[in-house]
Design a protein. Structure first.
Length: 328
């Protein structure tokens, strides 16, 4: 056995509902449900309509038929609000009477359940006072044309259906069904206290962050000043070191005069520089003929003069005496 449920809500935008409006809407809605159940072949004598899930802010409740209902009958019952299921014209006229007690700016919403497991209505159908008057005029025209009140027809479509239905759907998404509204003042106070604590904590954190930012600015300024001082000190040190190095470094040494080259070195140098023929010619020109002849006959003998007083000259050097031809 399936569950046949319809959510009925009056969108007043306030708390509470006048009693005459409450009684009128409930009575006319109960009659419409009875007649619609008969049109879809539901045995209303084997069950009754009960109201559940009341809200205390307005006229909001769930009407459920407690009795044997098949899944096909539930589908046909819900399809009647879309104009799919044929209904008697008397049933449609009863549908329009539900709005007799509501105002021009009020809506009655009908929430439809597509399965037994749904906690919230899947679809919403809305009815306003203006729509009810339009539907009643159309039914009157059809009645005058056919003259039969029991002839079946379909429920006319409601103007601006989606926009109106969205109001009830969004409301149920914001406020869950079954909320204990008697605790609303207490809940509001708790929420207010929690928000006050969070705001105070947030303000404290913002103040701490502001103080930290100020300290960072001061620290960055001091760091920049210290870095500039350090850079100036390094530059001053480099300048002093440069001047000190220039002061202690001697000027470039002037090239020293050439020293007296020893005889063997001079001889070796001359022999390397002056070719042999040139040297022979020079010697022959410098030495007299008589000496050259004697030297050729008797080779020169070099001897040490010993330790006599003649061995030291003016320069303090050692003199070698050449004996040429037996002559000192």
């Amino acid at each position: 056995m399936s569950r046949l449920r319809v959510r009925v809500e009056l969108n007043r935008g306030g708390v509470g509902v006048p009693l005459h409006k409450l009684s009128s809407v409930v009575q006319e809605a109960e009659r419409f449900f009875q007649m619609l159940a008969q049109d879809v072949r539901i045995e209303t004598n084997n069950g009754e309509w009960l109201a559940f899930d009341f809200d205390n802010e307005s006229l909001n409740f769930t009407a459920e038929f407690v009795g044997p209902v098949s899944p096909e009958q539930v589908v046909s019952f819900s399809a009647a609000f879309d104009g799919t299921t044929p209904l008697r014209r008397a049933t449609i006229a009863q549908f329009t009477r539900i709005t007799e007690a509501i105002g021009q700016d009020e809506l009655i919403g009908f929430g439809l359940y597509h399965s037994d497991q749904e906690m919230e209505p899947s679809e919403w159908r809305c009815l306003s006072r203006r729509d009810a008057l339009r539907i009643a005029d159309e039914m009157q025209v059809l009645l005058e044309a056919s003259g039969e009140s029991d002839q079946e027809t379909r429920l006319p479509a409601v103007i601006d259906h989606d926009t109106a239905a969205r109001l009830f759907k969004e409301r149920h998404e914001r406020i869950p069904i079954g909320l204990d509204y008697s605790r609303m003042p207490e809940l509001m106070r708790e929420i207010e206290a929690s928000l006050s604590k969070r705001i105070a904590r947030l303000e404290g954190e913002v103040e701490d962050h502001s103080q930290s930012i100020g300290e960072l600015k001061e620290l960055s300024g001091a760091t920049e000043h210290s870095f500039r001082n350090l850079l100036a000190s390094v530059e001053s040190f480099c300048a002093q070191a440069t001047r000190q190095l220039e002061r202690i470094t001697p000027p470039a040494q002037i090239a020293a005069p050439s020293q007296v080259v020893p005889e063997p070195v001079r001889a070796a140098s001359i022999s390397q520089v002056v070719p042999e023929p040139v040297r022979a010619a020079s010697i022959s020109q410098a030495v007299p003929e008589s000496v050259r002849a004697t030297s050729i006959r008797q080779p020169a003998i070099l001897r040490d003069c010993g330790h006599s007083d003649h061995r030291r000259g003016v320069g303090g050097g050692v003199h070698m005496v050449a004996e040429i031809g037996g002559i000192d």
